[in-house]
Design a protein around this ligand. Structure first.
Ligand code: FUB
Length: 321
């Protein structure tokens, strides 16, 4: 949306400012498209949020073809960079730009993505890579990293979704993922191969959307629990558990049964990005990505984080342009 106010007594420069495409402020981050399943990256002092675009015309099912990327220097005003990549960045995929995660490693940006593998007609996880956080991304392997046939714990074709990738302090990358059954594997440092077996992890009523991060020596494994989903987490002193269940940090949504989140630290403050469906025409498959600021408790536990329409106050990062 472009705001242009025609007030003759304004100088040309003031008019130019008023006619400029406005920065997006407050929740949701993107207001003229439906978005879901945020992934977050802080790079060069700027926060990037990647999100699947919900394109469902009638809200009867998921229509998701691409991932958008937005960025911010203050966590309040967001700049749109357009499409980061599409499901067909992966030639072996037939549709479904579902949940993703991104990490920077070796000077490159590694995007782990859920798509439908054409040959199996089932969800799979692909890896794309770019030299810039906004792309262009290319398929890093030319085939899925994880296929439905590699995990046999359920009969469903959508149990290999929602990757979260975390690189530990010793440089070891770990990927957790799953629907109904939570799984993890160590990755090789080339980010394109598994480095060991796929291990299943039992956490209470795990549904999907795992997210692994570390802060002050504590590993956090958060996820969407139950159905409709709400957001919960567990902690450990290792990336591979054992995990101590810690409870809920965000309530279920009003207009969609899913929720999906990612944590990030930006300019000295802690944030969670997540989706709800609170845009006026929002719904089950017409969601929107939002952000909240929070403070970890003194013992490292995560407080309950209420959803707000305003989002966090501006936190301008010095030197970020
Ligand atoms: O957006 C499609 C799927 O819905 C995601 O992969 C899940 O996390 C849920 O949000």
């Amino acid at each position: 949306m472009r705001i242009c106010i025609n007030i003759n007594r304004f100088t040309a420069s003031a008019l130019a400012i008023l006619c400029a495409a406005p920065a997006l402020a407050g929740n949701p981050l993107v207001k003229d498209k439906f978005t879901a399943d945020p992934a977050a990256l802080v790079d060069g002092g700027r926060a990037y949020v990647y999100m699947g675009r919900d394109e469902s015309p009638d809200d009867k099912g998921y229509v998701m073809n691409e991932w958008l990327v937005v960025s911010s220097c203050d966590m309040k005003n967001w700049k749109e960079h357009g499409t980061a990549l599409r499901y067909d960045t992966f030639k072996w995929a037939k549709d479904s730009a579902w949940a993703s995660d991104i990490v920077k490693h070796g000077g490159k940006y590694w995007f782990f993505a859920t798509v439908t593998e054409r040959a199996a007609d089932a969800k799979a996880i692909g890896v794309a890579v770019a030299d810039s956080p906004t792309g262009p991304f290319r398929d890093a392997i030319g085939k899925p990293l994880i296929t439905n046939a590699m995990t046999l714990q359920t009969d469903i074709g959508w149990d290999d979704i929602d990757p979260t990738v975390f690189i530990d302090d010793d440089g070891t990358p770990y990927m957790y993922w799953g629907n109904q059954v939570l799984k993890y594997a160590k990755l090789k440092k080339n980010m394109t191969e598994l480095d060991g077996p796929i291990v299943t992890e039992g956490l209470p009523q795990f549904t999907e959307a795992p997210y692994l991060h570390k802060r002050n020596g504590i590993y956090y494994l958060s996820y969407s629990r139950d159905w409709p989903e709400y957001s919960v987490y567990a902690t450990s002193d290792k990336a591979t558990g054992p995990w101590r269940y810690r409870g809920k940090f965000m309530d279920a949504n009003r207009k969609t049964k899913t929720v999906h989140h990612a944590f990030l630290e930006f300019n000295g403050k802690s944030y969670v990005v997540y989706h709800n469906a609170d845009l006026p025409a929002g719904g089950e498959h017409r969601r929107s990505v939002a952000v909240e600021e929070f403070k970890y408790n003194a013992d490292g536990t995560i407080p309950f984080i209420p959803q707000t329409a305003e989002g966090p106050p501006a936190n301008p990062a010095p030197g970020c342009k």
